[in-house]
Write a protein that binds this ligand. Structure first.
Ligand code: PSU
Ligand code: MN
Length: 342
């Protein structure tokens, strides 16, 4: 049995130089519960954020279907990545997705832990760094070295608050510095040190672009004017030219990061969210929650305290990123990037 399983549709897409969007799956196993919309949560904000979402269907499973559909609706082939019983799947079918939701709950693998998970027969979702390892495997299979995948996530990992005491820096950053892929994200996790994260992205040579924005977005919160500035782009051709210069002419091996902000009318109040996250982080510390137990507690408590509004916003941004990634993948796979006219 091979340790890496490439879905036939994905294999064919790479052979044909077709657009592919790689999807991480840690959001499915650790970010959102695979349960229906909770009783006490606000159904109106859900209906506003994601029209025709079924509140009675399990969240994570429905999200996986909807993200794949958003990619397809925009002309690209989705490639959800996951570790299933120690085998790394690049592209999954419904049966594999079910195994992931049932047996992978609470588990995530990053570039650092993939080999350990494979050697131990683990079932887990992939983080951005884990999915970037998958991007590298896919690029290695393409005949044309200019074929580059696009990766969609909600928010990237980064530099954690308190890094001067303890250098907790997500492997996502190191992988972004060393993998050719265009990564679409709505900012970084709200529990991070945003300024330090942007500084480190600069250090590791990752160009950061903003889709119609010149500010790094604040994930599910409204973007304040004080956020770090980034380079705005307003059309896909501009993205295509920048990617072509970065990878083809300059032969750089880092990712290009495209920040795709959540529709600001759906975003939550920035200061209220910041204070809420601070309070919940303090609670987690007081309860001695560390490692794998901590994030589910923090995310679950934020969801309850906002009556599900944070979850509704999270779903909306994830689907928006999948759609934008689909468009970007089609642009990058296109035969003629317009060069030299910028
Ligand atoms: N953003 C969120 N929730 C998450 C993640 C991002 O709001 O759960 C996941 C992504 O998969 C990201 C990972 O790649 O967390 C980073 O985790 P770590 O800090 O352990 O590297
Ligand atoms: Mn971390």
């Amino acid at each position: 049995m091979t340790a890496v399983v490439v879905h036939t549709e994905v294999e064919a897409a790479i052979r044909d130089h077709a657009p592919v969007v790689v999807l991480e799956s840690a959001v499915l196993t650790t970010g959102l519960p695979d349960l229906p919309w909770a009783d006490g949560w606000d159904r109106e904000s859900l209906a506003r954020a994601v029209p025709d979402w079924d509140p009675d269907a399990p969240l994570a499973s429905q999200l996986q279907h909807r993200m794949e559909r958003a990619v397809r609706d925009h002309g690209a082939i989705p490639c959800t990545t996951a570790l299933i019983n120690g085998r790394l799947h690049l592209g999954i079918d419904d049966r594999t997705a079910k195994t992931l939701m049932q047996e992978g709950v609470g588990n995530k693998v990053a570039s650092t832990s993939l080999a350990i998970g494979m050697g131990s027969g683990l079932t887990a979702g992939t983080t951005v760094s884990g999915a970037l390892t998958c991007c590298r495997l896919l690029s290695g299979r393409a005949e044309d070295s200019s074929w580059t995948p696009v990766l969609a996530t909600g928010g990237i990992g980064g530099v954690h608050r308190g890094w001067t005491e303890r250098p907790d820096i997500s492997a996502d950053l190191m992988s972004l510095g060393s993998t050719k892929a265009c990564v679409v994200s709505a900012g970084s996790k709200s529990i991070l040190d945003m300024v330090a994260t942007l500084e480190l992205l600069e250090t590791i040579s990752v160009p950061v672009l903003g889709w119609t924005t010149d500010r790094w977005p604040s994930f599910t919160s409204r973007t304040p004017e004080s956020n770090p500035s980034i380079t705005p782009i307003h059309d896909l051709q501009h993205l295509g030219r920048i990617c072509s210069h970065h990878w083809q002419e300059l032969n750089q091996s880092s990712a290009v990061l495209l920040a795709n902000p959540l529709d600001q009318t759906l975003a939550l109040d920035h200061d209220a969210m910041d204070q809420l996250v601070d309070r919940i982080e303090t609670m987690a510390t007081e309860q001695g929650l560390v490692g794998a137990d901590r994030t589910p507690f923090v995310l679950g408590t934020i969801a309850d305290q906002t009556a599900g509004q944070s979850v509704a916003a999270n779903l909306a941004l994830l689907l928006g990123n999948a759609a934008r990634a689909g468009e970007a993948a089609c642009m990058l796979a296109g035969p003629h990037l317009v060069r030299g006219d910028d």
